[in-house]
Design a protein around this ligand. Structure first.
Ligand SMILES: Cc1cc2nc3c(=O)[nH]c(=O)nc-3n(C[C@H](O)[C@H](O)[C@H](O)COP(=O)(O)OP(=O)(O)OC[C@H]3O[C@@H](n4cnc5c(N)ncnc54)[C@H](O)[C@@H]3O)c2cc1C
Length: 455
C-alpha cells in the first residue's frame, strides 16, 4: 500500500483530515471526483475545499460566540481551513469571510505541495473493504457511493434530506405559560421531569392568527435541483400542511387532545382542560438544554420564522439554536451507526467526517474532518484517543454527533452553546463569556497534554 489512509472527498472535511494526517507524518491518498469529469449539483469548480454557497465562516468572535470559539480551537491545531482562510480573508465586520477562489486555491496549493498527500481525481463507487479510510463526501455524496453506504449502514440510517424543525434553548422558554406533560400521560421511563413534552397552549383566536401567519409568511423557494423533492409523510413542511385547511394542523402536530393545561383547572376539570391547539417541544439532547418544536419543519424564511414562532405562548423570548429548514442533504444517523471515534460500528476501518456525519456548516464540517484526522493519526500511532472535553466547541459537537443527540430525531446541527454542559450558576448575561473562557482553558489543557503545545 502506498498510503496509510484513504480519504474520499476533497471538500472542507477531507482536505482538513488530509492536512492533519500529513502534518503528523502519515501518507494520504485523497480521492476527489471533481476534476475527473464528475461534479455535484452545487459545486462550480474542480477546486478542493470549494465553498458552495456563502463565502462566510460566520462569527470570528471567540469571546461570545460558539463558532468563533471553534475558529480559535481550529487555529490552535493549525487547521488548513483557518490557515487558508487567513490568506483569503475579505472585510466582513466581526465575521470571517473569504474570497472563495483564493481560499480554495490556497488549500489546494498547501495540500498538493505536501509530500505526504497524493490527490487523485477519481470517483469512489463503494466503501473500501479494508484499510483505514475516511469518508468525507459531504451532503451531495455521489449516488453510487450513497447507495453503497446505505447498504452498509441500513437504509434507515442514511437520510437524503434534512427536514429540520426549529430547536429552542430551554432556558429561553417561559414556563409560566407552558407545562410539561406527555399526551395521555404516556411518559417514557427516561423522563425525570414528569413528562416528555413542553406544551405551549393556544386559544382559538391565537391558533387562527398563527395559521394566517403561516399562510402569509415569506417562504424560501426550492432550488431547481430540489424541486422534485418528494415530501415524506414525516417531514412535510408545516405551511404545506396548513395550506390544506385551517383545521389540518389541529388534527396533526398541533392537536390538543389528551393534554390537560393545569392553569385551566377548575372544579369540573380538576386536572385542567385540553387547549384548543398546542405547540409541543421535545427534548433534543441528553443535557436537556435544547428542545425541538415537534412537526415544525418549514421552508419559511428565517426572519419570518422568528417573528411567527415568537407569537406562540411561552416562546415570546425564544432563542433558537437553529431554525427550521428542508434541504437536500445526505447524512448518517451518526449517534446510531458511529462509535465515539466516528468509526462505523460494523466496519471500524471506515471513519466518517464532515457534513455526512450530521454536523452542519463549513466550519463544523472542517472541524469534524480535523477530528477524524487526529483520531486516525492516534490509531495508526497506537496511541489512545482522548477527545477534547465536552466543554470545548470541538468536544461539544463531537459528543453530540457521536451519541449525545437523540438518534430517533437526529437532524443536522450547527455548533452552539446549547451543546455545552450548562453553566446554570452563571448569570444569563455573562454566560457566553463564561462558556468561552471555560472552553479555552480546558482546550488549552487538553492540547498541552496531547500535543505538548503550551496551554
Ligand atoms: C447547496 C448547499 C449550500 C450550502 N451552503 C452553506 C453555507 O452557505 N454556509 C455553510 O456554512 N454551509 C453550507 N452548506 C453546508 C455545508 O457546510 C457544506 O456543504 C460543506 O461544504 C460540507 O463540507 P464537507 O467536506 O462535508 O462536504 P463537501 O465540501 O461537499 O465535500 C465533499 C466532497 O466529496 C466529493 N465527492 C462526493 N462523492 C464522491 C465520491 N463518490 N468519490 C469522490 N469524491 C466524492 C465532492 O465532489 C466534494 O468535493 C451548504 C450545503 C449545500 C448542499
Amino acid at each position: 500500500m502506498t498510503h496509510d489512509v484513504h480519504i474520499i472527498g476533497g471538500g472542507l472535511a477531507g482536505s482538513e483530515a488530509a492536512w492533519q494526517l500529513a502534518r503528523r507524518g502519515f501518507k494520504v491518498r485523497l480521492s476527489e471526483m471533481r476534476g475527473s469529469g464528475e461534479s455535484t449539483a452545487a459545486h462550480q469548480t474542480d477546486g478542493l475545499a470549494e465553498l458552495v454557497c456563502s463565502n462566510s465562516f460566520r462569527s470570528d468572535d471567540d469571546t461570545k460566540n460558539a463558532v468563533g470559539l471553534m475558529h480559535h480551537e481550529m487555529r490552535r491545531l493549525d487547521s488548513i481551513v483557518m490557515r487558508a482562510g487567513a490568506q483569503a480573508q475579505v472585510p466582513a465586520g466581526s465575521a470571517m469571510a473569504v474570497d472563495r477562489d483564493v481560499f480554495s486555491a490556497a488549500v489546494e496549493r498547501e495540500l498538493l505541495g505536501h509530500p505526504g498527500i497524493t490527490v487523485v481525481r477519481e470517483k469512489v463507487e463503494a466503501l473500501p473493504e479494508s484499510g483505514p479510510t475516511i469518508v468525507a463526501t459531504g451532503p451531495l455524496t455521489a449516488a453510487s457511493l450513497a447507495q453503497n453506504i446505505a447498504k452498509a449502514t441500513g437504509q434507515d440510517s442514511l437520510a437524503f434530506f434534512d427536514a429540520i424543525a426549529p430547536i429552542v434553548h430551554r432556558d429561553s422558554i417561559d414556563m409560566d405559560k407552558c407545562w410539561i406533560q406527555s399526551r395521555w400521560d404516556k411518559t417514557t421511563e427516561a423522563s425525570n421531569v414528569g413528562g416528555d413534552y413542553i406544551n405551549c397552549p393556544m386559544t382559538k383566536e391565537q391558533y387562527y392568527a398563527f395559521h394566517q401567519g403561516l399562510m402569509d409568511g415569506e417562504k424560501t423557494e426550492f432550488r431547481e435541483w430540489e424541486q422534485d423533492t418528494p415530501y415524506f409523510d414525516g417531514c412535510m413542511p408545516i405551511e404545506v400542511m396548513a395550506a390544506r385547511g385551517v383545521e389540518t394542523l389541529r388534527y396533526g402536530p398541533m392537536k390538543g387532545v389528551g393534554l390537560d393545561d393545569p392553569r385551566t383547572a377548575c372544579e369540573e376539570f380538576p386536572q385542567g382542560r385540553w387547549p384548543y391547539a398546542v405547540v409541543q417541544l421535545r427534548q433534543d439532547n441528553k443535557l436537556g438544554t435544547l428542545w425541538n418544536m415537534v412537526g415544525f419543519q418549514t421552508k419559511l424564511k428565517y426572519g419570518a420564522q422568528v417573528e411567527l414562532f415568537r407569537t406562540i405562548p411561552g416562546l415570546e423570548n425564544a432563542e433558537f439554536a437553529r431554525l427550521g429548514g428542508l434541504h437536500r442533504n445526505t447524512f448518517l444517523n451518526a449517534p446510531m451507526v458511529l462509535d465515539r471515534q466516528l468509526r462505523l460500528k460494523d466496519a471500524p476501518h471506515i471513519r466518517f467526517a464532515g457534513q455526512i456525519t450530521g454536523c452542519e456548516g463549513y466550519v463544523e464540517s472542517a472541524t469534524v474532518g480535523l477530528m477524524a484526522g487526529l483520531m486516525a493519526a492516534a490509531e495508526l500511532s497506537g496511541e489512545p484517543w482522548v477527545a477534547p472535553p465536552r466543554s470545548t466547541a470541538m468536544g461539544a459537537l463531537l459528543s453530540h454527533i457521536t451519541g449525545d443527540a437523540e438518534a430517533a430525531t437526529y437532524q443536522p446541527m450547527n455548533v452552539n452553546f446549547g451543546l455545552f454542559p450548562p453553566l446554570h450558576d452563571v448569570k444569563k448575561k455573562q454566560r457566553k463569556e463564561a462558556y468561552t473562557s471555560r472552553a479555552k482553558m480546558e482546550f488549552g489543557e487538553w492540547l498541552a497534554e496531547r500535543e505538548g503545545v503550551p496551554a
